[in-house]
Structures are given as structure tokens and as C-alpha cells.
Design a protein around this ligand. Structure first.
Ligand SMILES: [Fe+2]
Ligand SMILES: [Fe+2]
Length: 139
């Protein structure tokens, strides 16, 4: 995955080889790009709220699916990984709350950058270790 001028460009190097995770991650990258697009338009017409709601919804669904997958394969890093997911869920909630209160101040490029870096780092580290474990047990 590369980040070019704020957009996430998904590439084969971002894939972990676990289709359930890869298709969700690609989808999340799209949703973050949608938030960025909505922010740069600077139109306070509800498009940022909508894009954030979509990102939160898809993120929570992805985390639920990934956590069920970890349980299914008996992943030993489950608890630590879930904690990281919970932390981001709280951050997404906080961003959405801020948008509800003060649209113009609520989300800026810095916030979107944070989301992009978070996704990239999470895939490259925590999710990577999970995929590695899964391949190692050869299910
Ligand atoms: Fe994860
Ligand atoms: Fe993931």
C-alpha cells in the first residue's frame, strides 16, 4: 500500500494472502479515501458525516470478522489484537462525536492522515502476524 498525495493506493504488496482480511482491508482503504475526498471538498453538506459513518460501520464489521477468525483458528495473540481494535473503535467514535458537534473543526487532513497511517501500520504489524500464524498452522 502506498500513500500518494493523501490517497491510499492499494497494491498487491498490501495483501496478506488471507482473502477474508485482504478484501476487507481494501474496502477500508477505499472508505478512508472517501473520508479524505469529503474533507477536501469542504462542503458541510453531511458528506463527511456520511463518509465517517461508513468508515466506522465497515471498520467495526471488519474487526468483528477478524476477531471471529482469530477465535476460530485459536490465535494466541487474540487478546492483544482485540485491544488494538477496541482502541481504534473508540477513536473513530470520538471523531464522529466531534463531527456532530463542530463540523468544520472536527476533521482535517491531519485526522485523515492518522487514519491512513493507522490502517497501514495495523496491517503491516498486527494483521501481518495473524496472517503469518494462520499460514504457519496450514489450515
Ligand atoms: Fe486487525
Ligand atoms: Fe485487519
Amino acid at each position: 500500500m502506498m500513500i500518494i498525495q493523501h490517497q491510499i493506493i492499494w497494491d498487491a504488496g498490501s495483501e496478506l494472502g488471507v482473502s477474508l482480511m485482504d478484501s476487507d482491508h481494501r474496502d477500508l482503504a477505499d472508505k478512508i479515501n472517501d473520508v479524505y475526498d469529503a474533507c477536501t471538498r469542504h462542503e458541510w453538506d453531511g458528506s463527511i458525516e456520511h463518509a465517517m459513518a461508513e468508515l466506522s460501520y465497515h471498520t467495526v464489521n471488519h474487526f468483528n470478522r477478524e476477531e471471529a477468525f482469530m477465535r476460530e483458528i485459536g490465535y494466541p495473540g487474540l487478546r492483544a489484537h482485540c485491544k488494538v481494535h477496541q482502541k481504534l473503535t473508540l477513536i473513530l467514535d470520538a471523531i464522529s462525536d466531534r463531527i456532530g458537534r463542530d463540523k468544520a473543526a472536527a476533521i482535517d487532513e491531519e485526522t485523515v492522515d492518522f487514519l491512513k497511517k493507522w490502517l497501514l501500520k495495523h496491517i503491516q504489524h498486527a494483521d501481518f502476524r495473524l496472517a503469518e500464524y494462520y499460514r504457519g498452522i496450514g489450515l
